[in-house]
Design a protein around this ligand. Structure first.
Ligand SMILES: Cc1ncc(COP(=O)(O)O)c(C=O)c1O
Length: 325
């Protein structure tokens, strides 16, 4: 059985508390897990994964980490900070929209939010014109090869930190709920899959439903999530085999596309802010919370529900005032 080593970066366990005003509004017994408060490099779920990824990078003697993501990736922001702290270079290939997308305007992507923080944390960002996720990955792999050829010891890190280490981080995060009365459903934003895979690994076979609200419209992500979880399970003593059917993924709330705010998501951000004083983000948690609200209204969510806040708050600071008027 593989032993995962971690380099502590986050303030764990993150707080868990009830949302009294939103419980009254939704008719749920609604709780929140505050991974926006992981306390590292602006917070968010990626910090948990990066604790294990940095340890793996150190164990491999890596001098450079190469990864990829969208311009406003929360993962790149936190990876850059962790790498800088540990004397490792962080190089990332980015696209504003790594898929077919017709922007409503030709305005350049704002270089505020996570893009600004990448710079502060010292990441080397290679920005590319929009293409597909596969093209973006290929560009990052080419960069990794070029750096290797120049003599650097490189570790390639999959998008969003979705490797067995990333899954392990969320399987462990589930233990932070061990003392709690079990939840009927845990709802969260899902994209590269390790949050979902880790929670499913921990809760499979229990009465708790693990419900990911997809922020990425591609239906094939279910298969990728199953492959990812199986690659983690293979490292355990008694591995189980998962298929895409094991992943409860709702695609209804992506809105105009990955990385593009939705009206329902913006409304959910306002509601959470005004009722509970908590900030969500426009790309992930706002959409996931919009999903939770709608499913509760339809009667498809009931009882004791946990919203796992995965962070992303710097993304709010790319938006114009008009988004909330
Ligand atoms: C704020 C936020 N929430 C949720 C997610 C989705 O997590 P995962 O990539 O593990 O599916 C991400 C990253 O993609 C994120 O940055």
């Amino acid at each position: 059985m593989t032993v995962f080593r971690k380099v502590p970066l986050c303030q764990l366990p993150t707080p868990l508390h009830r949302l009294p005003n939103l419980s009254a509004i939704t008719g749920l017994d609604l709780w929140i897990k505050r991974d926006d408060l992981t306390g590292f490099a602006g917070g968010g779920n990626k910090g948990r994964k990066i604790e294990f990824l940095i340890a793996a990078a150190q164990d491999a003697g890596a001098e450079v980490l190469v990864t990829y993501g969208s311009t406003h990736s929360n993962f790149i922001r936190q990876l850059a900070a962790a790498a800088a702290m540990h004397g490792i270079r962080c190089v990332a290939s980015t696209m504003a929209h790594p898929y077919e997308f017709e922007p409503a305007s030709t305005e350049k992507e704002p270089d505020t939010g996570n893009r600004l923080l990448d710079e502060i944390f010292g990441a080397e960002i290679h920005e590319h014109p929009d293409g597909t996720w596969d093209e973006l990955e290929a560009l990052a792999l080419t960069t990794a090869e070029r750096l290797r050829a120049a003599g650097s010891k490189v570790m390639f890190i999959p998008v969003g930190g979705s490797s067995p280490q990333g899954v392990h981080a969320f399987a462990l995060a589930a233990h932070e709920l061990a003392e709690e009365t079990p939840f009927d459903t845990i709802v969260f934003a899902s994209s590269s899959g390790s949050t979902h895979a880790g929670l499913l690994s921990a809760f499979h076979g229990t009465k708790t439903r693990i419900l990911g609200i997809a922020c990425d419209p591609e239906p094939e992500i279910g298969e990728e999530f199953a492959r990812l979880l199986n690659s983690y399970e293979a490292l355990l003593e008694n591995p189980r085999q998962f298929t895409k059917e094991d992943f409860d993924l709702n695609f209804e709330f992506v809105g105009p596309g990955y990385g593009v705010p939705s009206e329902a998501g913006l409304a959910a951000i306002s509601l959470m802010a005004r009722r509970e004083g908590i900030l969500l983000d426009p790309i992930y948690t706002g959409k996931a919370f919009a999903g939770l609200l709608e499913l509760a209204q339809r009667g498809e969510l009931k009882g004791r529900v946990l919203f796992w806040h995965t962070g992303g708050v710097p993304g709010l600071f790319t938006l114009p005032l008009a988004a909330f008027r």
